[in-house]
Every structure is written in structure tokens, then in C-alpha cells.
Ligand binder design. Structure first.
Ligand code: ADP
Length: 200
């Protein structure tokens, strides 16, 4: 065990103190869904709305993380698990810092999402399922990835030749074939208000 001689060093400024100063809860909003389902679009717009109302936010997005922290990881099964594990741990630090943390990763496997959820206290992890059919996602194809898959340039692509396991325990489900980006954002804000994550 590598961590044998390591202990967590507790400071005297606690998460609750940081939350009090910010006036809202530290929590992760974990967006999951197929590529093109709308995770990034909704997370970006939600962050705009939250920021404008004085909420301290941070957004973690798939490709951005792969540029730096996870640049050593590829797309093998092991690397995908490690990719998500690190993102979960970074999110945990941001939540401890009192930030409303928005993550937009396909995170296709229930087991991985459950593992991350288990690293958070109750109420600190909000799972948001951004739902859209594979047909709709492929039609949108915002990054041209589905076209590349169909040309055989990408393998093991979620939804095509790698599975996506829809969450069974999501706190919020957004069907982006039925609701607009604005409506999706509003329903998340309503959830945060209802469950007292926001001030006032
Ligand atoms: P993901 O992050 O899940 O891979 P993106 O947010 O990058 O997906 O892309 C989603 C695409 O779908 C964007 O081009 C967006 O404009 C479009 N779109 C159409 N309707 C919606 C909707 N209701 N919610 C979110 N995105 C939508």
C-alpha cells in the first residue's frame, strides 16, 4: 500500500467556514450522458447563470482535463477508469474548497459513478443525467466525432462500440430532445433552490 505512512492533515478552517463565507454550499454537479447529449452546453450556461448570481463555481470539462492533469492517460479501459477517478478526486477537493463544481464527462459506467459518489458526503454529489438518443446525438455531432467513428477513425466510442449505462439513481434527468438549454438550466437552479444549496 503506497499510502501506508500518510495521514490526512486537518486544518482549522473547515469546509463549513468556507461555505459560510461564500454563502452557498460546496457541491458537485456531475453531468453524465452520451457525447453530444448537451452536458457541456448546459454546464457552461448554468455556470454563467450561477456566476451572475454570486455563486463561486468551477467547471471541469473532458478535453480540458486531458490537456493537463490527465495528459498521460489514453482511452484504454484502465486509463478511462483512472481518468474518472482523478476527476472525482479533484472535484472532491473543489467541493471541500466550498465551490459549486460542475463536471461534464460522459462517465459511461455505473460502477465508476458509484465509486465517485461514495467519496462524497450525502448531498454533496448531484448526478445529472443529460439524456438524448444516440440518433439525436449523432445528428448534432457538435465535434464531428460521430462522423470520425463512422469513417473508422475512432474506436471504442461510447454509444457505438462501447456501452453507455444510463444512471438509475440520477437526481435530475434532462431530456434535451424535449427541453431547451434555458429550461434545463432553470430546472437545475430550481433543484438547487429547493434543496437549499443556494443562499436566500
Ligand atoms: P456533450 O458535452 O454532451 O458532448 P455538447 O454540449 O458539446 O455535448 O453538444 C451538444 C450539442 O447539442 C450542442 O451543439 C448544442 O447546441 C446542441 N443542443 C441542441 N439542443 C440542446 C439542448 N436542449 N440542450 C443541450 N444542447 C443542445
Amino acid at each position: 500500500m503506497k499510502e501506508k505512512h500518510i495521514t490526512w492533515h486537518e486544518g482549522s478552517v473547515m469546509k463549513q467556514d468556507r461555505e459560510k463565507m461564500k454563502g452557498h454550499k460546496g457541491v458537485v454537479l456531475w453531468f453524465t450522458g452520451l457525447s453530444g447529449s448537451g452536458k457541456s452546453t448546459i454546464a457552461v450556461e448554468l455556470e454563467n447563470v450561477l456566476h451572475a448570481s454570486g455563486v463561486h463555481t468551477y467547471r471541469l470539462d473532458g478535453d480540458n482535463v486531458r490537456h493537463g492533469l490527465n495528459r498521460d492517460l489514453g482511452f484504454s479501459d484502465d486509463d478511462r477508469v483512472e481518468n474518472i477517478r482523478r476527476i472525482g478526486e479533484v472535484s472532491r477537493l473543489f467541493v471541500d474548497a466550498g465551490l459549486m463544481t460542475l463536471t461534464a464527462f460522459i462517465s459511461p459506467f455505473q460502477e465508476d459513478r458509484d465509486m465517485i459518489r461514495s467519496r462524497f458526503d450525502d448531498g454533496e454529489f448531484i448526478e445529472i443525467f443529460v439524456k438524448a438518443s444516440l440518433e439525436a446525438c449523432e445528428k448534432r455531432d457538435p465535434k464531428g466525432l460521430y462522423a470520425k467513428v463512422r469513417r473508422g477513425e475512432i474506436q471504442q466510442f461510447t454509444g457505438i462500440d462501447s456501452p453507455y449505462e444510463p444512471p438509475t439513481t440520477a437526481h435530475i434527468v434532462l431530456d434535451t430532445e424535449k427541453v431547451t438549454v434555458e429550461e434545463a438550466v432553470q430546472s437545475i437552479v430550481a433543484y438547487l433552490q429547493k434543496h437549499k444549496y443556494l443562499k436566500g
